[in-house]
Ligand binder design. Sequence first.
Ligand SMILES: NC(=O)c1ccc[n+]([C@@H]2O[C@H](COP(=O)([O-])OP(=O)(O)OC[C@H]3O[C@@H](n4cnc5c(N)ncnc54)[C@H](O)[C@@H]3O)[C@@H](O)[C@H]2O)c1
Length: 375
Amino acid sequence: MKIAIVGCGFVADYYLSTLPFHPQLELVGVTDKNTDRANKFSDYHSIPAYGSLEELLADPTVEIVLNLTNPRSHYDVSKACLEAGKHVYSEKPLAMTVPDAKELVAMAESRGLQISSAPCSLLGETAQTIWKALRENVVGKVRLVYAEMDDGLVHKMPYQKWLSESGTPWPYQDEFEVGCTLEHAGYYVNWLTAFFGPAETVTAFSSCLVPDKELDVELDPPGTPDFSVACIKFQSGVVARLTCSIVAPHDHELRIIGDEGILGIHDCWDYGDSVYIQRLMRIRRKVFMNPIKQKYPLVRESPKFKTKGAQRMDFSRGVAEMAAAIQEKRVSRMAADVSLHNNELAIAIQDALETGGCYRLTTSFVPMIPMDWAK
Ligand SMILES: NC(=O)c1ccc[n+]([C@@H]2O[C@H](COP(=O)([O-])OP(=O)(O)OC[C@H]3O[C@@H](n4cnc5c(N)ncnc54)[C@H](O)[C@@H]3O)[C@@H](O)[C@H]2O)c1
């Protein structure tokens, strides 16, 4: 399956470093509105560069376009790709507004094309293992989930010096303007909707706690939330509390609380993170959580990652799933309706601000199926 990339920025290197896990994907070219960037990236990775997005879209051999542009370009770029008859794998979020996301999904559907949005970590070994443990009911009936996506005190970090493998700086201004909730809520929202089904409502609070991020440039818009907390009620009855911030100390823990114990992990950014169970103990008239955590074995070993650092994720796995779905003439596990529902949830949380109240979801999706190797 021939694929092409638009957007040769920070994240594009993560895709390049994980493409070798999927030899069925052939990257035929890249482009960026910043020609210098496209050329530098193309030289570094020895991949041809197209002169423009139009040139890329005119290449009839390209079947899937990876939209790795900045979030505020996602809608325009994905729309152009769909109009050109290409399947689209978009970085998150699918779009910045719910109407834009709905339009993209409707366009794809009417043209018989697939559109999916990252993150794809649900297809990872750790997430698939948790999902299997839930199907096996290992902690009894699940009532509550606590999920944390706190990324540390980013404004105190030397983020202006962070570089990708090929030397692209981390786009801090764009990250702060888009906001950590739209950027990161998806890492757990995608898992929770797969495990517990569509959400019914979300009651959230979001706020900007460090307005200037100690930068000397004006952020546009100013005051995008850098903290949010949301209570999501799923149609299945489960309730999840999700916290996102770039202010609180790093914490990516997930705890799924059932009647017989807790199923948990430490970090959703690690495809090989261990899954543990903490069982409820009854001794005489007292009930408490056993402090000893038992390991629940991963369904299979995760790949060995070349990249060091915080993220140990196979970014290209979602693209491989889309390619397989196209070849097998089925819907991708990361289907358009799932991506849309998850996008609506993340937008509702970010937009809650300090007065948001309860938001009722307007979208739903057909239940997903686990990976074949995890059934
Ligand atoms: N930075 C990370 O660590 C990270 C991790 C995971 C996912 N992501 C996601 O990846 C996406 C890209 O983030 P990034 O960090 O690589 O940003 P970036 O700013 O480093 O790169 C984005 C690139 O897209 C190009 N671009 C923007 N609009 C375009 C258009 N209309 N046509 C052609 N090129 C265009 C820009 O010139 C830029 O080179 C975002 O959706 C982000 O949420 C980022």
